[in-house]
Design a protein around this ligand. Structure first.
Ligand code: ATP
Ligand code: MG
Length: 249
C-alpha cells in the first residue's frame, strides 16, 4: 500500500498494468447543490477488468457513474474514454460509444414485455443482439412477460440486458443485487460473471461486500466523495483498518 497525492491509501498504484485504460477518471470533483459529492477522484479501468466500487451511503458511487456517463458534469478534473476527453459528453452519445450503465432501482419500462424493453433499448435495430442477450441472461422463457409481472431478480436482469443489447465495451452496474434474497443474489452474481467472461469489461457498485470481493478483480473504496483505497480484494483485506471499516458487511 502507498499513499496517493490526495491522501488516499492506494494498493498497486501502477494498476492497471498492461493495456491502455478504457476509462480514466483524473482528479474529478463534482459539487451538487452545495454538496461535494466527489473530491479529486482518480481511477482507471483497463479492458477486461471487473471492478467493484464499494463505500457507505452517500459516498459518491452513483455520482461517479453519473459523471463518467455524461448525466452530470464534473465540476473539475477530466474523464477520458479510450484516451479521448469526454467533455460535455451528452449521455446518449457516450452510450453509443460503448460506455453503458444501468440505474439504481430501474428494471425496464412497465407496460412492455421483456422482449419489447430489449427491442426498445436497441431502437428496434438489433434483433440479433436481443436474442443473444436473452440467451446469455436466461431471459428467453420470460420474453413475452410484462416486466411488472416478473420477479425483482428478473427485472434486475432486464435492466442489465437493456444495457447489454447496446453492446457495451464497459458496462457500469449500479447496485445489481440490491433488494434480492440470497438465492437471487447468487443467480444474478453468476450471470454477471458470465457477462464478464463473455468479454465485457464491468464496473459494479455494490453494498453486498462479500459477493463483490469474490467477483471483482479489483476494488475501489469511496467514502464521503473521496477515493480511500484501490487494490485487489486480497490487498485490501490485508489492511486491518480498511478491512474493519469497509470490508465487513
Ligand atoms: N442532485 C443532488 N443534489 C444535491 N446533492 C446530491 C444530489 N445527488 C447526490 N447528492 C449528494 O451527493 C452525495 C453522493 O451521493 P451518491 O448518490 O453519489 O451516493 P452513493 O454512494 O451512490 O450512495 P448510495 O449507496 O446510498 O446509493 C450524497 O451526499 C448525496 O446526498
Ligand atoms: Mg448510489
Amino acid at each position: 500500500m502507498t499513499q496517493a497525492r490526495n491522501g488516499a491509501v492506494v494498493a498497486n498504484p501502477a494498476v492497471p498494468l498492461g493495456p491502455e485504460p478504457l476509462l480514466d477518471v483524473d482528479d474529478v470533483s463534482c459539487v451538487l447543490g452545495g454538496v461535494r459529492a466527489l473530491s479529486e477522484v482518480t481511477m482507471h479501468i483497463a479492458p477486461g477488468e471487473l471492478v467493484g466500487i464499494i463505500g457507505p451511503n452517500g459516498a459518491g458511487k452513483t455520482t461517479l457513474f453519473n459523471v463518467v456517463t455524461g448525466f452530470v458534469p464534473a465540476t473539475s478534473g477530466e474523464v477520458r474514454w479510450g484516451g479521448a476527453p469526454l467533455r460535455g459528453g451528452r449521455a446518449h452519445r457516450v452510450a453509443r460509444s460503448g460506455l453503458v450503465r444501468t440505474f439504481q432501482n430501474v428494471g425496464g419500462f412497465t407496460g412492455l414485455t421483456v422482449a419489447e424493453n430489449l427491442e426498445l433499448a436497441t431502437r428496434g435495430r438489433d434483433g440479433a443482439a436481443v436474442r443473444r442477450v436473452e440467451d446469455l441472461l436466461h431471459l428467453a422463457d420470460v420474453r413475452d412477460t410484462l416486466v411488472e409481472d416478473c420477479s425483482l431478480a428478473t427485472r434486475k436482469l432486464v435492466g442489465i440486458a437493456m444495457a447489454l443489447v447496446r453492446t457495451p465495451r464497459l458496462l457500469l452496474l449500479d447496485e445489481p443485487l440490491a433488494g434480492l434474497d440470497d438465492t437471487d443474489r447468487d443467480r444474478v452474481t453468476s450471470l454477471i460473471e458470465q457477462v464478464h467472461d463473455s468479454g465485457v469489461t464491468v464496473c459494479m457498485v455494490e453494498h453486498d461486500i462479500g459477493r463483490t470481493l469474490r467477483l471483482a478483480d479489483r476494488i475501489v473504496v469511496l467514502d464521503a466523495g473521496r477515493l480511500v483505497a484501490t487494490g485487489t480484494p486480497a490487498d485490501l483485506a490485508r489492511d486491518d483498518v480498511l478491512a474493519r471499516n469497509y470490508l465487513s458487511s
